[in-house]
Design a protein around this ligand. Structure first.
Ligand code: NAD
Length: 373
C-alpha cells in the first residue's frame, strides 16, 4: 500500500522531473493528475451486512473520501468474514445490543443503516444518540411519523441524517435535471415512472408488514415517487391510487403487490406511476415537456442507466452508484456540500408523507391532498 502511494505520488510530479517515464501524450495531459486524495475521510460503520450492505462495502473500496472502518451485525460469523475482507479492527465491531457504545469510539464518524425498513427508526435514533452521523437506506422509515422522529432526533443530537438516494448522484439523471432546469424541455407536462420486479421467495422480510412496513411501494415504488419529484422539479399537491392484488396468499394484508398512483403538481404537470412486485424488469422513467422529452430505461437499477432526450442519446459514462454516493455524502457530512438534489432526512420524510398518502388513497378511494413544502 505504502509503495503504491509513493508510486502514485511520483506520477503526480511534472513529467519533466521523470525522465525515465515515457513523455505523456497531449491527451494524457488533459486528464486529471493522479495526486492521491489527502483531504478528510468519512469513517463509516455499516449496520446490516446483507445483500445491499455487501454491495455498498464493495463499492466503498473505490471511494476516496469515505472508508469502511466498522460493522454492526447480529451474526458473529459475518463480522469475522468482513473483518478479514475489509481490514476492520475488533474494536470497531458491534452487535445490535451493544452498538450504543459506539459513542465512545472516536474512530467512527458515521453509521450507515442497511437493515430491513422497520428497524431503521430505532437504529437511526440510537446512532444519533451515540453522536454519530447517520446514513439510512430507503425507505427512511415505514411512515411519516417515524420519519419525523428520526429527523428530530438527529437535529437534537446535532448529527446529519442522509438517505441512501443513490440516483441523486447518477450522471444521466443529473443531466436530465440540468436540461429541465435550463428550460430545454419547456414547460413540464407529464412524468411516468414504472418500477418493479418479481419478488420471489415468499418468506423474505420484504413480504412481512412488520419488517417491510408494506409491500412493493415501500421497496421499489419509492423510486417512482422520489423520481417524479426530482424529474418534475416540484412537490406533488395531491395523489390518487389504486391497488391490484392477484396473489393474496403471497401478498398478505397491508403488503401491496401492485399499486398505480397519480400525482398533480402546482405547475399543472401530472404523473402516472406503477409500483409492483409482480412484473420483471420494470424500470422506466419518461418526462415530457412542451419543447422536448427525456426517457430513461433502465432508470433506477444499478446501471448502466440508459437515457435519451429529444436531443439524442446521453453518453455520460457509467459510474458505480454507491462509490459516487459515498464520496459525495462524505463531502456533505464533512464539508457541508449542497447536493443538486437533496439527500437529507427532510427529503426522506417527504417521500414517507407521500407513501402514507398513497396508502390512504388506496384504502379510501379518495384524492388525498399533500402539503410537502
Ligand atoms: P437483506 O435481507 O439482504 O439484508 C438485511 C440485513 O439486515 C441482513 O444482513 C440481516 O441479517 C439484517 N437484519 C438485522 N435484523 C434483522 C431482522 N430482524 N430481520 C431480518 N434481517 C435482519 O436486505 P437488503 O436488500 O440488504 O436491504 C436492506 C435495506 O437496504 C432495506 O431498507 C432496503 O430497502 C435497502 N436497499 C436499498 C437499495 C438501494 O439501491 N438503495 C438496494 C437494496 C436494498
Amino acid at each position: 500500500m505504502d509503495s503504491r502511494r509513493k508510486f502514485l505520488q511520483k506520477l503526480a510530479l511534472p513529467a519533466l522531473a521523470l525522465p525515465f517515464l515515457p513523455l505523456p501524450s497531449w491527451a494524457n495531459l488533459q486528464k486529471p493528475t493522479l495526486i492521491p486524495y489527502q483531504g478528510p475521510v468519512l469513517r463509516v460503520a455499516i449496520m446490516g451486512l446483507g445483500g445491499y450492505g455487501t454491495r455498498v462495502a464493495e463499492a466503498m473500496k473505490d471511494c476516496k473520501k469515505a472508508k469502511l472502518v466498522g460493522v454492526i451485525s447480529g451474526t458473529p460469523a459475518k463480522i469475522k468474514t468482513w473483518q478479514s475482507k475489509y481490514g476492520i479492527p475488533a474494536k470497531n465491531c458491534y452487535n445490535y445490543e451493544n452498538f450504543d457504545e459506539v459513542k465512545n469510539n472516536p474512530d467512527i464518524d458515521a453509521i450507515y443503516v442497511i437493515t430491513p425498513n422497520a428497524l431503521h427508526h430505532n437504529q437511526v435514533i440510537r446512532s444519533a444518540k451515540a453522536g454519530k452521523h447517520v446514513i439510512c437506506e430507503k425507505p427512511m422509515a415505514v411512515n411519516a411519523k417515524e420519519g419525523q422522529e428520526m429527523v428530530d432526533a438527529c437535529k437534537k443530537a446535532n448529527v446529519k441524517l442522509l438517505v441512501g438516494y443513490r440516483m441523486h448522484f447518477e450522471p444521466k439523471t443529473l443531466e436530465i435535471i440540468r436540461m429541465r432546469k435550463a428550460g430545454e424541455l419547456g414547460k413540464i407536462t407529464f412524468f411516468q415512472g414504472l418500477v418493479g420486479f418479481k419478488v420471489g421467495d415468499p418468506n423474505q422480510w420484504r413480504l412481512s408488514k412488520e419488517l417491510a412496513g408494506g409491500g412493493s411501494l415501500m421497496d421499489i415504488g419509492i423510486y417512482a415517487i422520489n423520481g417524479a419529484r426530482y424529474m418534475v422539479g416540484e412537490e406533488p399537491m395531491w395523489v390518487t391510487a389504486q391497488e391490484t392484488k392477484t396473489d393474496p396468499a403471497m401478498f398478505k394484508k397491508d403488503v401491496d403487490e401492485t399499486i398505480q398512483f397519480q400525482f398533480g403538481f402546482p405547475g399543472g404537470a401530472v404523473a402516472s406511476c406503477l409500483s409492483t412486485y409482480n412484473m420483471n424488469n420494470l424500470d422506466k422513467f419518461f418526462l415530457n415537456g412542451n419543447d422536448g422529452f427525456a426517457e430513461m430505461q433502465p432508470s433506477t437499477n444499478y446501471g448502466p442507466i440508459k437515457a435519451r432526450t429529444h436531443q439524442g442519446e446521453l453518453s455520460h459514462p457509467h459510474v458505480t452508484h454507491q462509490t459516487v454516493q459515498m464520496d459525495e455524502m462524505a463531502e456533505i457530512i464533512l464539508n457541508g456540500k449542497q447536493p443538486i438534489v437533496p439527500v437529507d432526512g427532510e427529503e426522506g420524510l417527504k417521500d414517507l408523507k407521500i407513501i402514507d398518502a398513497i396508502y390512504e388513497a388506496v384504502q379510501t378511494g379518495n384524492k388525498v391532498s399533500l402539503k410537502l413544502s
